[in-house]
Design a binder for this molecule. Structure first.
Ligand code: NAD
Length: 518
């Protein structure tokens, strides 16, 4: 099977009036579909339950996006049985057929990109460009993993023992559980499910509570693309109920998790316990949070650096795992950078992403309250130069946190150490570049990080010593592209599974070595 060479999906530019008008049309079309009820999907059964989780527009919380059935432990049992049964067929389905499903799904999304963008704007508050970035990433994951499977799922050349025929091959693991966060509910949800699937596994997918409607839309795409029922089973529900049960279950072969550090570490510990009836060591991939930093030194292009800092910190209201939240600036350029960053933040528009404002509301009330706590702390740990408030919007009651810059934060302050996941940027002054390097590595996380400098020796030193999974030099630290920037963190940011990288599928396969004499 030959596919055209992989390339990242191009973005549509919504600053163009024609494209912006098309986006608004998609918003109007999707608005007529809001407020519906969604079932669980287990094998061929669509199970609509009384007990549902309501999903809301974070910028206008009275607007219900949809109500998604909330699975129980009994449904988890049922889904595991169905998935293991489906595995018997799916693992023997030809690689070409499995690959074709992903490629078809990518084509469906490409065709209806604006519709999925609009759902993202409604359900989690992404503006046009952010939603476009996510939909394109979903397409990229599907196209990239399809090609990865063609490269990896084939006989492996080994050396030959005399008198034997020796070979090896990758085979799938079995039934896995994918648990995903709300902030990339389409791209991560699809990528994390489809990488194991194309490798021959069957999946139970548990989306985040705040974003289960767009996840259902993703499942519809896969089924339309020809994925057999039972290969993917949609089990939305409470993390601590159905997610927890699946993690601990003896029939779960592997767990693929993206989310917060606290939940990820808990899952890591639970998955390590072998329970009655279990006959394998669970495979686990964890992609967790970050406290991502960027250094600006005195040799940097200060204008470009300030723009990159603002884009990295405030895109999607700072709610990316890769978002900049610690800006570390060498003393001699500190006043200038602070002024530039502050002025650029003042110019950002805050408001409804349906109207394509730059900074949207944070996802829910809990996140608003967490932001308030850190804004309070900002009064003692630093000096707020812009923003500083978090309040429900007077009319819409949306959870808006004003984009905030906190100057003069010290390296060990909570504002410089805790993941806040909100549009709050801590700016840390340091004496010189050497100190900056110490400060940037001084965190329990290690997801993204960066340096702005025009000094080649410093850029080289950062390549060697800045300890993050994704290092960015002289550019913003967000916006990893599938296939170009394999994505995953060091330290407590995760197991560095590198989504969108050449080895990602290997997490979901095991190598069988076969030696034959005569
Ligand atoms: P979260 O940890 O609160 O939830 C993630 C998922 O885990 C949800 O589906 C939730 O229902 C489920 N869950 C919660 N408790 C569980 C339990 N006891 N057992 C099993 N499942 C459980 O995270 P979130 O708020 O949805 O997402 C934001 C976090 O995700 C941030 O920390 C962010 O940095 C991180 N993130 C990381 C990456 C990455 O690639 N490293 C990407 C996106 C988001």
């Amino acid at each position: 099977m030959n596919l055209p060479e992989y390339k990242c999906e191009p973005y549509t530019d919504y600053t163009h009036p024609k494209h912006a008008a098309a986006y608004r049309q998609a918003i109007a079309a999707v608005s007529s579909q809001l407020g519906q009820d969604y079932p669980l999907l287990i094998g061929e059964q669509k199970i609509m339950l009384e007990n549902k989780i309501e999903s809301h527009n974070p910028c206008k919380p009275t607007q219900v996006i949809g109500r998604v059935s909330s699975a129980t432990q009994a449904h988890a049992e049922q889904a595991l049985d169905v998935a293991w049964k489906a595995f018997e067929t799916w693992k023997n389905t030809s690689l070409e057929q499995r690959v074709a499903v992903l490629v078809k799904a990518a084509a469906i999304i490409r065709e209806r990109k604006l519709e999925f963008n609009a759902w993202l704007s409604f359900e989690i508050g992404k503006n046009y460009a952010e939603a476009e970035g996510e939909t394109a990433e979903a397409i990229d994951f599907l196209e990239y993993y399809a090609r990865s499977a063609l490269k990896l799922c084939k006989p492996i050349q080994t050396y030959q023992m005399e008198g034997e025929t020796d070979r090896a091959e990758y085979i799938p693991l079995g039934v896995g559980v994918s648990i995903t966060p709300w902030n990339f509910p389409f791209a991560i949800f699809l990528g994390q499910a489809c990488a194991p699937i194309v490798a021959g596994n069957c999946m139970i997918v548990k989306p985040a509570e705040d974003s289960a409607v767009i996840a259902y839309k993703a499942i519809e795409v896969l089924l339309e693309a020809g994925l057999p029922v039972g290969v993917i089973n949609f089990l939305p529900g409470l993390g601590e109920v159905v997610g927890d049960y699946l993690v601990k279950h003896p029939k779960t072969r592997f767990i693929s998790f993206t989310g917060s550090k606290s939940v990820g570490l808990y899952i890591n510990a639970e998955a390590a316990k072998v329970v009655a009836g279990q006959k394998w060591i669970k495979r686990i991939t964890l992609e967790l949070g970050g406290k991502d930093g960027m250094i600006i030194d005195e040799t940097a292009d200060l204008e470009a650096a300030a723009s990159a800092a603002v884009a990295g910190a405030f895109g999607f209201a700072g709610q990316k795992c890769s978002a900049l939240s610690r800006l570390i600036v060498v003393e001699s350029v500190y006043p200038e950078i602070l002024e530039k960053v502050t002025n650029k933040v003042k110019a950002l528009t805050v408001g409804d992403p349906l109207e394509n404002q730059y900074v949207n509301a944070v996802i829910n009330l809990e996140s608003l309250e967490k932001s308030r706590k850190y804004l309070e702390l900002a009064k003692t740990e630093g000096r707020v130069t812009v923003g500083g408030t978090a309040a429900s919007h007077p009319e819409t009651e949306g959870y808006f946190v004003q984009p905030t810059v906190v100057a003069d934060v010290k390296p060990h302050d909570k504002l410089a150490q805790d993941e806040i996941f909100s549009p709050i940027l801590a700016v840390v002054p340091v004496k010189d570049f050497d100190t900056a390097m110490e400060v940037i590595n001084n965190t329990e996380y290690g997801l993204t990080g960066g340096l702005f400098s025009s000094d080649p020796s410093r850029l080289e030193r950062a390549e060697r010593e800045l300890h993050v999974g994704n290092l960015y030099l002289n550019r913003k630290i967000t916006g990893a592209m599938v296939g170009c920037h394999p994505f995953g963190g060091f330290n407590l940011s995760g197991t560095d599974s590198k989504a969108g990288g050449p080895d990602y599928l290997l997490h979901f396969m095991q190598m069988k070595s076969i030696a034959r004499k005569v």
